[in-house]
Design a protein around this ligand. Structure first.
Ligand SMILES: [Zn+2]
Length: 59
């Protein structure tokens, strides 16, 4: 199952919508900001098909 969540780029503050696989309880991946093109790390916690929390951190 997939769900979307919004995170803000830690560099430029741009909000971005991400598609998450909610079957994965805890996931971490790197994505590139669409605006400033800098990579940042996204950490997401999911449970029973819901997104519990999403955070973004610059590396
Ligand atoms: Zn950015």
């Amino acid at each position: 199952m997939q769900d979307t969540a919004t995170v803000d780029c830690p560099f430029c503050g741009q909000g971005m919508e991400l598609v998450l696989d909610t079957n994965i309880a805890s996931q971490r991946f790197v994505t590139d900001c669409e605006v400033c093109c800098r990579p940042f790390e996204v950490t997401a916690e999911c449970e029973n098909g819901d997104v519990l929390s999403v955070s973004a951190a610059g590396s």
